[in-house]
Design a protein around this ligand. Structure first.
Ligand code: ADP
Ligand code: GN1
Ligand code: MG
Length: 368
């Protein structure tokens, strides 16, 4: 066994797992935390767990983060049981450290947590069947509905101003002025594209501030690979990646799912001719999300759904471009231009949403 592997087993041993750990291997495609699948052997077979190193650079207060996750999952567990569902498969279970703490801080300062593995279900990186996408929309809508009476004031803000598009734009301008790694010159076209859309960055923030749309307890990271789909029934059973559950706007939860799932290409596709908004997927997601929210969305929110998709896609383009200008310290990258490629798909998607604007609006008007 290599040194690194031995260390991973030592970390696993800190937690209240059942059985004896047999393997620890990298797992999933998240951009933020380091995720591993742990398999333990028990008397009756194998038991799987998810072990994650919490990204401490991004989540500065892991204790607060884990307090949110524990409280939210306990709240959801009760709701799911009341509705006759299976809490073991329909929400995350935090596996405590021996002694009861919700995460483990090693001597080197790294922070680790463990979840029960949701078996017999998968996360997708692209939509294979519109019906799957519809099911995820129902589930994300329902997730928000379940949290509608969660005491929002008890939630810690795990990343300040996470979906404050105005402050994202300000952060981008700062990165541009500093130009820390001398990349601004080569991305003039992208910079111009963003700056021409300054007004769009204000729309949702202003509506929230003026009380025209409500703050709700939202997920804030509703991309397709943050929800698990049952391998047998095709139902979206469990919303995962709860690190950013915070007060926010339903428009961003809806929009972020469209940004990623209704896009005809991958988030890092190099061939921009492959990037557009698939209208069938837009349509099924809209239907599913509105149904999943069970009548809780206001008329204004429904009317603004296309704007949610556009603004969050623009915001994501800004975030990728900012990280590129700052030297790639936020998102995991696999090659030097990775963030730039990601930024370009987002801006292409914004362009396509703008071209399809009337179609998008017609689609949501059906629900008014
Ligand atoms: P990140 O914040 O890096 O995106 P996630 O919490 O989304 O991390 O986890 C990364 C991936 O690990 C997910 O997309 C999913 O494939 C897998 N995963 C996470 N939690 C579980 C779980 N409880 N059961 C099964 N798979 C999981
Ligand atoms: C990150 O953690 P992950 O990979 O599910 C990011 C999201 C971005 C997304 C872009 C905490 O999501 O905000 O939309 O990448 N999460 C955080 O793919 O920043
Ligand atoms: Mg994730």
């Amino acid at each position: 066994m290599g040194r690194e592997e031995t260390e991973m087993f030592r970390i696993v041993e800190q937690f209240e797992t059942k059985g004896v750990p047999e393997s620890v291997a990298a797992h999933g495609n998240g951009h933020i935390n380091d995720t591993c699948l742990v398999v333990c052997k028990t008397d009756s077979g194998y038991k799987k767990y998810i072990l994650q190193r919490i990204n401490h650079d991004i989540f500065k207060k892991p204790a607060e983060l884990m307090e949110n996750v524990v409280r939210v999952t306990e709240f959801l567990r009760r709701k799911i049981a009341e509705e006759g569902g299976d809490p073991e498969r329909e929400t995350l279970r935090v596996i405590p450290v021996k002694g009861g703490a919700p995460y483990y801080q090693r001597e080197d300062g790294t922070c680790w947590r463990m979840y029960g593995f949701i078996d017999g279900a998968s996360c997708y990186d692209e939509v294979k069947d519109p019906q799957d996408f519809y099911e995820t929309a129902l589930a994300f809508g329902h997730f928000q509905k379940m949290l509608s009476d969660y005491p929002a004031q008890t939630l810690h803000e795990t990343i300040p101003d996470f979906h404050n598009t105005v402050s994202r734009l300000a952060g981008f301008r700062k990165a541009l002025v500093e130009d820390a790694v001398h990349r601004a010159q080569e991305v003039q076209e992208e910079i111009r594209f963003v700056l021409e859309r300054e007004k769009d960055c204000h729309v949702i923030c202003d509506m929230l501030a003026e009380g025209k749309i409500p703050f709700r307890v939202t997920h804030n990271d509703t991309k397709l690979n943050n929800i698990m789909i049952d391998d047998e029934t095709g139902k979206a059973i469990c919303v995962i990646d709860l690190d950013t559950v915070m007060p926010g706007s339903a428009l961003y939860d809806y929009g972020d799912a469209i940004r990623f799932g209704a896009c005809t290409g991958a988030e890092d596709e190099k061939d921009l001719s492959k990037i557009s908004c698939d209208m069938e997927l837009f349509s099924v997601y809209t239907k599913g999300f509105i149904e999943g929210c069970e009548g809780s969305l206001t008329e204004t929110e429904i009317k603004m759904l296309p704007m949610g998709a556009k603004v969050i896609t623009l915001e994501q383009g800004i975030r990728f471009l900012t990280d590129y200008l700052e030297g790639d310290h936020y998102y995991k990258i696999r090659y030097p231009e990775h963030n730039l490629d990601r930024c370009r798909t987002q801006l292409q998607m914004v362009k396509d949403l703008e071209e399809k604007w009337e179609l998008l609006q017609k689609e949501v008007e059906r629900y008014l």
